[in-house]
Design a protein around this ligand. Structure first.
Ligand code: SF4
Length: 271
């Protein structure tokens, strides 16, 4: 059972160090997708959720749209804005609160380049709105095409086939789309399978290797130990910082993307 709370925020445009992005908007605290490797769990310590299980609480920032108008007035330039960095903007609660949609309605009145990344089929609800943007890119994140593994690793996210259908709908509506493959997990992420399923509906692709910091790693190892103990001996934390491994992942990713004629915007590593 997910515990939902409403809260007020003082600001909603947060400066970002993500590549190619000046500001992020996170309309929610927490994420119902509950991915076991989620890097965003650290925010529990800053938001009064220290001892709560990730995936089982969400705070809706109910004044986010009004605050966004104020934040935009303070901007001096034309920034690139991304949704979202520490939550999924289309997690299930968005169907009720529509905070992502209402923020996008405001952004559509400006000429800011906007990027979206999600794991949810709910994103297709806003196709009408995406069409009003001059510069918008909508991405779907995958780790695998394996349904069982997806349900184990990220129980609240859409299934891979649902993500493909969502990409198809977005593409057919003329929206620029991309796939994000991440975290790239040995034994689970098969580049060819994901590109084969999605290449007809995407304009670009990016990859991201595993971030092994803190709880990301310990939670992943817990899940692998329980469900896939046969893969445990091959999973060594050092591997994900090894330059030969990281270089090879980049080469393999580019090779498969080239086979499907999809431009690669980057393969990112965590050091
Ligand atoms: S969808 Fe993103 S923010 Fe949500 S749990 Fe998964 S990794 Fe974390």
């Amino acid at each position: 059972m997910v515990k939902i709370k409403e809260r007020l925020c003082r600001t909603i445009l947060s400066p970002s160090k993500l590549p190619g992005c000046d500001y992020v908007i996170n309309p929610y605290v927490g994420c119902q997708h509950a991915c076991c490797w989620c890097y965003a769990k650290f925010i529990r310590g800053y938001t009064g959720h220290d001892n709560e299980e990730w995936g089982f609480f969400v705070d809706a920032k109910i004044n986010a749209p009004e605050v966004l108008i104020k934040d935009i007035r303070r901007l001096k330039d034309k920034p690139t804005i991304f949704l979202s960095s520490v939550c999924d903007p289309y997690q299930p609660i968005e169907a009720k609160y529509k905070l992502t949609r209402r923020c996008l309605e405001i952004l559509s009145q400006f000429a800011f380049p906007v990027g979206i990344l999600t794991q949810s089929k709910l994103v297709t609800r806003d196709i009408d709105l995406f069409k009003q943007f001059k510069d918008i890119e909508v991405g779907m994140s995958f780790i695998t095409m394996d349904e069982k593994a997806t349900q184990i690793f990220q129980p609240g996210a859409a299934l891979p086939k649902e993500k493909v259908v969502a990409l198809k709908k977005l593409h057919q509506a003329g929206i620029k789309t991309y796939i994000h493959l991440g975290p790239i997990l040995p034994n689970f992420t098969n580049f060819d399978e994901v590109f084969r399923a999605t290449h007809k509906y995407i304009d670009a692709a990016m990859g991201e290797t595993l971030n092994t910091r803190g709880e990301n790693w310990t939670n992943l190892i817990k899940v692998i130990s329980k469900h896939y103990p046969e893969f445990l001996p091959q999973l060594k934390k050092e591997k994900f910082k090894n330059l030969d491994y990281l270089g090879q992942v980049g080469v393999d990713f580019e090779k498969v993307a080239k086979k499907y004629k999809i431009p690669v915007s980057g393969v990112y590593h965590h050091q």
